[in-house]
Design a protein around this ligand. Structure first.
Ligand code: DX5
Ligand code: ZN
Length: 229
């Protein structure tokens, strides 16, 4: 089967109801989410704390598809096994989180997960030139990590450079931060296939009124796909 580069919408549960994660994940999937994006923050690598592997374990049974875990923590390596046990399918580490990203990516694949590498807005595409055969996903941050609801930073040039570098390799390009129906098309046209969106998916709805999640997801997908016509 050929590699799936179709547009995938990955709602970030950072914008969901923290007291109701299981139902929020199920509602997002039922409303058309392709993956569920889970943001892990340590108050050290980024200036905010979210939650950890125990929460991932708790929500795992409520997710039918891909659990896409984005680590904004340093160090990473001591926690890889805990996220594997929690059922993460994709584990993404920041290249800025430590001196040995290659070792970290090997350890993630060694723990039977797909390996992702994330790049802060200030980190150039060239930083991962030597890692393209060691990753399954490159996450291009379109905000400085740490908080949901921030303004999109245009990373079109970086996404295009990565898309050219990746070529035929089976590597996803994900964008994360400030993604909505207005900002998604630029990034999709440049070559991103996984669109993470928190506030733009969860706004206006709830687990008892999940319809708006579906409308929001469809609006982002349609906007992104519209660029291909
Ligand atoms: C930022 C996180 C993002 C964020 C996305 O540090 O990695 O996943 O929650 O949220 P929005 O879509 O609200 O920018
Ligand atoms: Zn994220």
């Amino acid at each position: 089967m050929s590699f799936d580069r179709s547009i995938k919408i990955a709602p970030s549960i950072l914008a969901a109801d923290f007291a109701n994660f299981g139902a929020e994940c199920a509602a997002a999937e039922a409303q058309g989410a392709d993956w569920i994006h889970v943001d892990i923050m340590d108050g050290h690598f980024v200036p905010n704390i979210s939650f950890g592997p125990a929460t991932c374990s708790a929500i795992r049974p409520h997710i039918k598809g891909v659990m896409d875990v984005h680590l904004m923590i340093a160090p990473v390596d001591p926690y890889i096994d805990a996220f594997a046990e929690a059922g993460a399918n994709i584990l993404t580490a920041h290249i800025e989180a430590g001196p040995h990203i290659h070792r970290t990516l090997q350890a993630i694949r060694g723990a039977d997960m797909k390996a992702g590498v994330a790049l802060n807005p200030g980190t150039p595409a060239s930083a991962i030139e030597g890692l393209l055969d060691n990753v399954d996903l490159v996450c291009v941050m379109t905000v400085n990590p740490g908080f949901g609801g921030q303004k999109f930073i245009d990373m079109t040039a970086k996404i295009k450079a990565l898309r050219a570098m990746i070529g035929d390799r089976p590597v996803h390009i994900e964008i994360d931060g400030g993604v909505d129906a207005k900002t998604a098309p630029l990034a999709a046209k440049a070559g991103a296939d996984v669109l993470v969106a928190g506030s733009a998916v969860f706004r206006g709805g709830s687990v008892t009124n999940p319809g708006p999640y579906g409308e929001n997801i469809r609006a982002i997908r349609a906007a992104a796909l519209g660029t291909y016509t």
